[in-house]
Design a binder for this molecule. Structure first.
Ligand SMILES: *[C@@H]1O[C@H](CO)[C@@H](O)[C@H](O)[C@H]1NC(C)=O
Length: 223
């Protein structure tokens, strides 16, 4: 009996002792996203998503009338580097305040849409149905925020580091549903027939859209 107890105890001690090692070895919390000033990106603040490459090809992201009529609105890149586009909120699937790399996020524009026509939908990024005529998956808006799972699969985007210092690429490769069949691609740009540069999922051999995050309002500490 004593030896049995001793065996159990030593097993427990061994198990407990190896626990911290296991935790250290397997859990790696992704790094926080950093804005252009090097500050941690927070889900309570607003940002512009702007091309990391300045000059021609530059410009921030905004909304534009959809391909088949006005609604739903598509996510586009503005043509000029001095246009930063509409403000956005980045909301991690787990509601954490610090927004991290390689973590599923809702990307949602804030504020009222300009123009008289409004779409009766959230300005929340979403991968649209496959567009057979152009052979593309466009990034459009609409759908439900939060509720990570099968029914919101197309609403999640991650930001990943690129080779350009301080720049990220946007990726749609959701982890919010382990058992789901899913798309897994970077977000790039595609000039649609109307000449507007729309955001789409790109093939592995096509360039992703390198972006930086510019805070919408400078922090009050800079007074
Ligand atoms: C995140 O917030 C929403 C809305 O308040 C809530 O329904 C959900 O349970 C939260 N999720 C987590 C992982 O805390």
């Amino acid at each position: 009996m004593k030896t049995l107890l001793a065996t159990i105890l030593s097993f427990l001690i061994l198990a407990l002792a190896s626990c911290p090692l296991l935790v250290l070895g397997t859990s790696s919390v992704p790094e926080p996203l950093l804005d252009v000033n090097g500050n941690k990106v927070e889900s309570t603040l607003q940002y512009h998503i702007v091309s990391a490459i300045w000059g021609p090809g530059g410009g921030g992201v905004s909304l534009h009338g959809g391909r088949n009529g006005y609604c739903p609105l598509d996510v586009i890149q503005l043509p000029s580097a001095i246009q930063w586009g509409k403000k956005l909120i980045l909301s991690p699937y787990d509601n954490s305040t610090i927004v991290r790399e390689s973590t599923d996020l809702n990307l949602r524009f804030v504020g009222l849409l300009s123009g008289s026509k409004q779409c009766n939908e959230l300005p929340l990024w979403k991968v649209d149905n496959y567009d057979a005529s152009s052979g593309r998956w466009f990034i459009t808006t609409g759908g439900l925020d939060g509720h990570p799972g099968a029914e919101t699969l197309l609403n999640w985007f991650k930001l990943e580091k690129t080779n350009l210092p301080g720049a990220y690429k946007i990726v749609h490769c959701p982890s919010v549903c382990e058992s789901c069949v899913k798309l897994c691609s970077s977000v790039g740009r595609f000039s649609f027939e109307d000449g507007v540069r729309r955001l789409v999922l790109v093939r592995d051999d096509e360039p992703a859209f390198p972006v930086v995050l510019i805070p919408a309002r400078e922090r009050s500490t800079s007074v």
